[in-house]
Design a protein. Sequence first.
Length: 133
Amino acid sequence: YATEKNIFPLLSNKQFMKLTKDRVKRINENNKYFYEKNKENSNLTLHRHNLFLTLIVDENDTEKLIETIKEITISSKGLCYYSSSFGFDYIALDTYFDLNNNKNTIRISIGDIDRKKIDRFIDYFKEKLNDKI
């Protein structure tokens, strides 16, 4: 039968739920950390859920913005990836249209990774992304 217990056995696993809660907490903390280190950039927004940030850009052509993000991620040599997901074991960049200010943005998702890698990305961000806004 297609019951919740059969379809989602991990949802009733207390260890899994604690692991997930702890992981989301680390992701939230990582995004806050990234924001604190870059908050002088007025085009950077940390959203309330703390799952990702957005960087307002001047590029109105979404296809050009995607190409720019791909170039940034390729030149990062594995430091970040072009990905439409967040909350994983890597830093993901993607496009995101922000309805609040009616602008294209680069969505930055700092996953469940160590601070050394975040610090390396902060340096890369300041070098490569700040000139894209």
